[in-house]
Design a protein around this ligand. Sequence first.
Ligand code: SF4
Length: 193
Amino acid sequence: MDEALNKAMLECCKNYAPEAECVFMDPKQCIFEECVKMNCFYCGRYGRNWRCPPNLPDIDYPKMFAEYDEGMFVYFTFDVTDTEKYDYYRNESSVVLHKTLLELEKWFYNHNRSTVISFGGGSCKLCKGGCGKERCNNPYLSRSPIEATGMNVLKTAAKFGINIEFPTDKKLMRLGLILWQNPIETLPGGVNV
Ligand code: SF4
């Protein structure tokens, strides 16, 4: 872990989204469970969003996550006691998180971590008018939710001290994840270490 680099990244996050909370995590400690896929299956977005199941690539996700060196949960907590605005918060909270994660991806890319990737909380809601009919309207900007990979988000986040509670009638937490690999160190002769 490069502490100076991580500090600079956190500053970038605070400048962009002061309300965001960040917790570093180890991608190798993620918990994947089959039952998560069943919950996805019964979601209203199943098969109706280009970045939700079953529209994800057939990847060994536990293996893929373990290939990243470092990770960070990014989350926002919204007060949703005003029931009239509940749907607004439900949508907007997802977009606020999504845009923050994209900003952080850009930061990592600009700091020599080009394989950086992020996952949102809940289905992608970038398009105000709903998902594209024939294909994704924003293939470079859309992101999948963490749970779409089969990760048990509650159990994994709890491992790193984040407590996600249900129901969400008073407090709505939107939690995403960003993963990155550190640069390859190369010796003067061109040998990687
Ligand atoms: S960017 Fe738009 S079309 Fe693509 S997954 Fe997100 S909401 Fe759907």
